[in-house]
Design a protein around this ligand. Sequence first.
Ligand code: URA
Ligand code: SF4
Length: 190
Amino acid sequence: MLQEIEEEIRQCRKCPLWKTRTNAVPGEGCSDASLMLVGEAPGRKEDVEGRPFVGAAGKLLTETLKKNGVGREEIYITNVVKCRPPGNRNPREEEIEKCLPYLQRQIDVVRPIIILAMGNFASSALLKMHGFRDGKITAIRGRIFESPLHAIKIIPTFHPAACIYNRALTEYFEKDVRKALEHAGIIKPF
Ligand code: URA
Ligand code: SF4
């Protein structure tokens, strides 16, 4: 069950990030969502609240969904790494490796049609997990990687935090969110 996984994550001490976290951030949303959004790791606000994407990047994400008439409760939102790396540094290889089984289990339970992988870390982890070669996010964003074996499609896109830093990316991010919502059957194509 999804709640059991979430509870395990809250208690987890499998990598050193447990020592510096305030709260683990397991993820939230619809347990049978057709779309799963995956980010990198919790930031400061997420760590305090124990909820994913509630800071500035989350605001952009939530508003992009809203523009399409979609609420956060209709999808499932999580991260590759469930505890905040101190000072928002990049997650380390061994932290990703220790944490990834939780994401795999969440995918197995939710069974989304589409995963929108936001940013380099999520794209790389999810593509490798499904037998694809990883590529630069600028080159692969918006492409649909279909894994018949896993009955799942992965769409890599920019991280919403990158869009705040570089506003020119927002247009592509919005396009990719729309594409993911369409392919998940949540909204109709224009
Ligand atoms: N950035 C992420 O990658 N995930 C969050 O939950 C918040 C910001
Ligand atoms: Fe456990 Fe993942 Fe948190 Fe590390 S980051 S302590 S593996 S939940």
